[in-house]
Design a protein around this ligand. Sequence first.
Ligand code: PGA
Length: 252
Amino acid sequence: MPKKIVAGNWKMNLTFTEADDLLNEIAELLENETIEAQIVVCPPHPYLEMAGDVAKESSFAIGAQNLSPFESGAYTGDVSSAMLKSMEVTYCIIGHSERRKYYNEDDKMLTAKVNQAIEHQIIPIFCVGEALPEREAGKHFETVRHQVRHGLFHLDTNEFSEVVIAYEPVWAIGTGVTASPEQAREMHAYIRQLIDERYGKEVADTTSILYGGSCNAKNAAEIFSQQGVDGGLIGGASLIPKEFLAICKAVK
Ligand code: PGA
């Protein structure tokens, strides 16, 4: 069975005090709850240390939203995998559509980031997903196949076994429009088939594949109950503590 995971992607939101409040509210809400999923909170880099401190007393893990494709050295502004690892960061989002779009992160860059993460025992949450024109042209499988193959399939079986994949159709991110349960189920099954062809059934059957894109407390249970959907990557709703908790609880 794949591990169930719900990860909150805060993106570039909140001041230090607001982040402190949100972390503590999440910890408080989780105190008396038994949640089936591993909860991951992914705040902006400056708040990772604070998040780590709160997480020590709670049940959630910490993820970063980005890491450098380089090991160390003269890369002004970058944050390396070794740095993240030394701050108890367990996961890192890689290949998010916003980074592909606004920072031109291409296959080569993403491969380098995945390699850095794996080398430093940080679990990549590798995002894939088609844009609306690709979906409308019936090219969504082709797009996702390319992203999965070029971003991840250079890894050997042991390395790949560490990876989490998030299917996030770009047209569903921050739009209030989610993929239908059928669309999610179909794409998750397709990604699992690709993994099976490359790494075999055992690996395919244990890889966590999350859904992301306008997940909220109302629609999470239906999406998460689809065959092959192992949890979610949550943007906007992860900034609202009760909403985020309800989404986490929707994983069965
Ligand atoms: P959203 O974002 O939940 O706000 O649509 C999801 C994501 O970008 O990971």
